[in-house]
Ligand binder design. Structure first.
Ligand code: ADP
Ligand code: MG
Length: 384
């Protein structure tokens, strides 16, 4: 999905109010009835109809004809707008530039603050794949029947934010986290290439051991990355040092399948180095030995720190189950990102990553945003 910053600048205060009403209404309604939107927004009926029409035309909401009633749902575009507006209000970001990545479950943009400093905005897009399959089997969502892509994407962003912060604060090589809102994370832009794009390096052995060391450091701090592969390891242009990204699937070393996740991370690196750099080593970390040596390592448990940071166990569980289901439902999508496939032929030009060429200047969001009204207070409670 393309972010259109030009369009975002022309959202009026009333339009914003209606958009927020749709978001609030979707907490209990998959399709928010127009009458409820009117009530929550506190605007006149006729006014709301006109505004919602204009929001729909710009794809910030979508009209849904339901068997029982007609109404609207928030689109990715609408949710993106609300998140970016929040970031912009807090002066965390000012303008939007090019898309630099499109993953299975995220879009990545270059954005800038008001001094022109470039950052990376990651928008989580859970539910883009196979949401229908997921929906049929959603017992784990409990009472939250309308748990949607919106809810899951927000959980993924909150989890990634919690981990990135804790890792950064404890000196792990991860991008500096800057801010988080709804399904978005704002982080430092790394001048780096994904390892996947690197054809040759002077000393593969050195990089191999740094990467294995990172896996070990993670584990000694109670964590497993869970998707430690050539897409999620960036190599800094200036120093050649690795930076690790992409944390929504991180698990604790006390997870029941921890050893399996750990071995898979190690195996990804071994396989990639063998195929890409023809480098093999008899040395690689073993889960039990690493944990047995824990005393020699970090004296903190980051899994515990994260659990205390507000991202609850329950949230973690919901997200894990969702991710497991996506894996089961659509295994073919995952092979794209896995190093199990034979990619010895690969010349990294499939275009699934890094769509940007030249960066064009970022487009400010600001003008319109400064004149937006404060969010309306809800005038309706949550009855069906
Ligand atoms: P996904 O969950 O979709 O895999 P990632 O967080 O792995 O998303 O990011 C996808 C791509 O975006 C990365 O492979 C990388 O090319 C680029 N990217 C992500 N974060 C940064 C960053 N902080 N600096 C530079 N590039 C980044
Ligand atoms: Mg990734």
């Amino acid at each position: 999905m393309k972010l259109d910053a030009t369009d975002l600048r022309y959202v009026t205060g009333e339009e914003f109010r209606v958009l927020t009403a749709v978001e609030m209404g979707s907490k209990n309604h998959e399709v928010v009835p127009t009458s409820l939107i009117t009530q929550i927004s506190g605007l006149r009926n006729g006014g709301v109809n006109k505004i919602i029409g204009s929001l729909a035309k710009r794809s910030l909401v979508a009209k849904v004809q339901n068997s029982k009633y007609d109404g609207y749902r928030l689109t990715y575009g609408g949710y993106d707008f609300l998140a970016m507006r929040a970031l912009s209000k807090r002066d965390s970001m000012y303008s939007v530039g090019n898309q630099i990545g499109v993953g299975k479950e995220s879009d990545i943009y270059i954005v800038a603050d008001n001094e022109g400093k470039e950052m990376v905005l990651k928008l989580h897009r859970l539910g883009r794949i196979s949401f229908r399959t997921i929906k049929q089997n959603r017992d784990y969502l409990g009472k939250r029947k309308s748990a949607s892509w919106m809810y899951m994407s927000r959980l993924a962003a909150q989890k990634e934010w919690a981990f990135m912060k804790v890792l950064y604060e404890n000196g792990f090589p991860v991008p500096k986290p800057i801010d988080q809102a709804r399904h978005c994370i704002l982080m430092e832009f790394c001048d780096a290439y994904p390892l996947r794009q690197i054809a040759d390096i002077p000393s593969p052995g050195k990089l191999y051991s740094s990467l294995m060391d990172i896996i070990v450091r993670f584990a000694r701090a109670g964590l497993i990355h869970g998707d430690f592969n050539e897409f999620n390891i960036l190599i800094q242009r200036e120093t050649g040092e690795p930076v690790v990204i992409d944390f929504p699937q991180m698990v604790s070393t006390s997870h029941e399948n921890a050893e399996w996740y750990f071995n898979r991370d190690v195996e990804c690196i071994k396989t990639f180095f063998r195929r890409r750099f023809r480098y093999e080593s008899a040395l690689y970390p073993k889960f039990r030995r690493v944990l047995a040596n824990e005393e020699g390592g970090e004296d903190f448990r980051l899994d515990v720190v994260v659990a205390a940071s507000g991202f609850s166990r329950k949230d973690m569980k919901v997200l894990e189950e969702y991710m497991d289901e996506v894996q089961e439902a659509e295994p073919e999508h995952l092979s794209e990102d896995s190093s199990d496939e034979d990619d010895s032929e690969d010349n990294s030009e499939e275009g699934e990553d890094n769509v940007a060429g030249e960066l064009s200047p970022c487009i400010p969001l600001k003008e319109e945003i400064s004149e937006i009204n404060p969010p309306p207070s809800p005038t309706v409670s949550d009855e069906e």
